[in-house]
Write a protein of this length. Structure first.
Length: 151
């Protein structure tokens, strides 16, 4: 019985491109990633809250303690970003989707010439609309204890 399981497992590995660990990304997950990346570009790099708001669902829950819930909280955050850091730019380095969740690992530079921050944004979508957001922010340090890099 063990040998049959091993043969079936090997056949699955060979027919799936060599990896059982990475499942195929669904079309819905790919679409969710595209939606969030478009939103990200319009909101953070374009600093255009009106264009970005069209990506929100019927509600928007914000988990960043420095930003208020809802569309008005989002508008105020983008207005703050535009006024305080007009040259701010965020570059997505990795994007992952898991069902209705999209995770972006990015480097955010508030002012040119600075190291910026490593940010992980987590978005939850309902019916292809963003309804929830979390983030974790870590400054890029001047010195590090390894050579792995943050991105």
């Amino acid at each position: 019985m063990t040998r049959v399981i091993a043969i079936v497992t090997l056949a699955l590995v060979l027919t799936s491109g060599g990896s059982l660990a990475r499942a195929q990304e669904s079309a819905a997950e790919a679409q969710n990633k595209q939606i969030v990346l478009e939103f990200y570009e319009k909101a953070l790099n374009g600093k255009n809250p009106e264009a970005a708001i069209s990506y929100f669902g019927s509600h928007y829950t914000q988990h960043n303690p420095g930003v208020a819930d809802g569309v008005e909280g989002f508008r105020k955050f983008i207005d703050f970003l535009r006024q305080k850091y007009p040259q701010a730019h965020s570059e997505p380095k990795h994007v992952f989707a898991d069902g209705d969740y999209v995770i972006i690992h990015s480097q955010a530079i508030q002012e040119p010439g600075t190291r910026g921050a490593a940010i992980v944004d987590i978005f939850r979508l309902e019916n292809r609309k963003i309804v929830e957001h979390w983030d974790v922010i870590q400054p890029v340090p001047e010195t590090v204890s390894n050579s792995n890099g943050m991105f």
